[in-house]
Design a protein around this ligand. Structure first.
Ligand code: NAP
Length: 248
């Protein structure tokens, strides 16, 4: 028996990194999974094929989470395929780092639209069906950078801080309908997003992390399993830092 048996989950940005780890853990815990990606169709197809031996339904959807209409259409297709969604994980995200003096309007807009507007887009598309079912767990992927700020990441930090305020508001709006909305704020996780950092930056991060290592994607996915499962039915409106003690 899995912790997510019989539940249907929608995970954005499931083709790589943390999102892929969430897809794999959710399937292992018994969930049926719809996941989106922006352009990595070969990676997405490989994940679906790899997991197709399981009893669960796993399907991948190309979509731009930053685009409002595209998201409404994608969610309509997914609801047609799965019937209902119990767990929404807004995980898709990007970085386009620059110091404020050099940051372009495009870098600002790209990061805000992909990281924050996407959370609005998917929540908007799924909230009404979740309210009808009187059931839902929404998990939004923020970052410790949204809590602390970080030089060179004003766009990213603003998007991730915005997710926290958004999620607390949704928790208050629809908690009475048995819909929970929580945030995970990972520290530094070993993925393609952090692979681009130079050794000096990585060493500085490591020095400040009490556990003296980066997180594995699977350690973030484990917390998603908890928040999506019936182990967390009274956890609502919270931000869980999963950061090896960095945010302490
Ligand atoms: P990643 O390895 O770069 O993967 C990003 C995923 O998001 C990919 O599946 C990508 O799809 C998808 N994506 C990007 N833009 C999209 C769009 N417009 N529409 C749909 N999908 C889109 O990133 P990660 O490190 O796993 O990060 C996942 C989340 O955790 C992000 O929200 C990130 O901000 C957050 N986070 C990461 C860290 C870290 O240290 N890595 C720390 C704190 C928080 P394609 O493969 O098609 O491009």
């Amino acid at each position: 028996m899995g912790l997510l048996d019989g539940k249907n989950a929608l995970i954005t940005g499931g083709s790589r990194g943390i999102g892929e780890a969430i897809v794999r853990k959710f399937v292992a815990e018994g969930a049926n999974v719809a996941f989106t990606y922006r352009s990595s169709s070969a990676a997405a197809d490989a994940i679906v094929e790899d997991l197709s031996t399981a009893d669960n339904t796993v399907m991948a959807y190309q979509s731009d989470a930053a685009d409002f209409q595209n998201t409404q259409d994608t969610v309509a297709t997914i609801l047609g395929d799965f019937g209902s969604i119990d767990i929404l994980i807004n995980n898709a995200g990007i970085t386009q780092d620059n110091l404020m003096l050099r940051m372009s309007e495009e870098q600002w807009d790209n990061v805000i639209n992909t990281n924050l507007k996407s959370v609005f887009n998917f929540t908007k598309a799924l909230l009404r069906p979740m309210m009808k079912n009187r059931n839902g767990s929404i998990i939004n992927m923020s970052s410790v950078v949204g809590v602390f700020g970080n030089a060179g990441q004003a766009n990213y930090a603003a998007s991730k801080a915005g997710i926290i305020g958004f999620s607390k508001s949704i928790a208050k709006e629809v908690g009475s309908r048995n819909i929970r909305c929580n945030v995970i704020a990972p520290g530094f996780v070993e993925t393609e997003m952090t692979e681009v950092l130079d050794d000096k930056t990585k060493d500085a991060f490591l020095a400040s992390i009490p556990m003296k290592r980066l997180a594995q994607s699977s350690e973030i996915a484990d917390v998603c399993v908890f928040l999506g499962s019936d182990m967390a039915t009274y956890v609502n409106g919270q931000t869980l830092s999963v950061c090896g003690g960095l945010n302490t």
